[in-house]
Design a binder for this molecule. Structure first.
Ligand SMILES: CC(C)(COP(=O)(O)OP(=O)(O)OC[C@H]1O[C@@H](n2cnc3c(N)ncnc32)[C@H](O)[C@@H]1OP(=O)(O)O)[C@@H](O)C(=O)NCCC(=O)NCCS
Length: 174
């Protein structure tokens, strides 16, 4: 049984661990290996703790909690991408490999859409690496429409990314 709930500050280190583990697996061969190896839970936990305690933080993070162990998380909020009025953004979704392909991603997208709706948004946009076929097929299977392209900047490299949109959050809420 996996519960999807708002993240708490106590979750910061576990979220960082999931983040690093998923990126190392999902982006192997896509991102420079030295960059992936430089990511560590300890280095990232502080930023998560800040995000989860800052009263002015505009994003919301949800975690997938399996009996006290976090197996996935997602973050939504105001758009960083260019988008028309009413669009919120899914900033990230990461699910541990051991919890993938069991319908959890679909459930988390529904909860993300509900959270955006509660924040006053009516539509959703997101960005995914162009060369991440699993991520792209996931979003396409959920009805996302390819809407743009840009370059994503990391510490000292850039990668091509594509954008998807859902014009109505209702499409994800079911
Ligand atoms: C992409 C991700 C969020 C999907 O979550 P998930 O829990 O595995 O997805 P679900 O089980 O809910 O699958 C929903 C649908 O998406 C599609 N899908 C999911 N993963 C897929 C894959 N690897 N290849 C093709 N289609 C896929 C399927 O159509 C699936 O429906 P089905 O199970 O009825 O066939 C998750 O696998 C993940 O975190 N991957 C690594 C990081 C990543 O790629 N993040 C997204 C880009 S930022």
């Amino acid at each position: 049984m996996i519960e999807i709930r708002p993240a708490k500050v106590e979750d910061a280190h576990e979220i960082a661990s999931v983040h690093v583990s998923v990126w190392r697996e999902a982006y192997f061969g896509v991102m420079p290996q030295a960059y992936l190896e430089s990511l560590t839970p300890d280095a990232r936990a502080g930023a998560w703790a800040e995000r989860l305690t800052d009263p002015e933080e505009p994003t919301r993070t949800l975690v997938a909690d399996r009996g006290g162990q976090i197996v996935g998380f997602c973050t939504v909020g105001p758009p960083r991408l260019e988008a028309p009025e009413g669009f919120g953004e899914l900033h990230t979704i990461n699910i541990l490999v051991t919890a993938q392909h069991q319908g959890l991603g679909r459930r988390m997208m529904a909860e993300a859409a509900r959270t955006l709706r509660d924040l006053g948004f009516s539509a959703l946009t997101l960005s995914v690496l162009r060369d991440s076929p699993a991520g792209r097929m996931f979003y396409e299977s959920l009805g996302g429409t390819l809407s743009g392209r840009h370059m994503d900047s990391y510490d000292d490299f850039e990668l091509p990314a594509v954008e998807y949109r859902w014009a109505d959050l209702a499409a994800l809420l079911a």
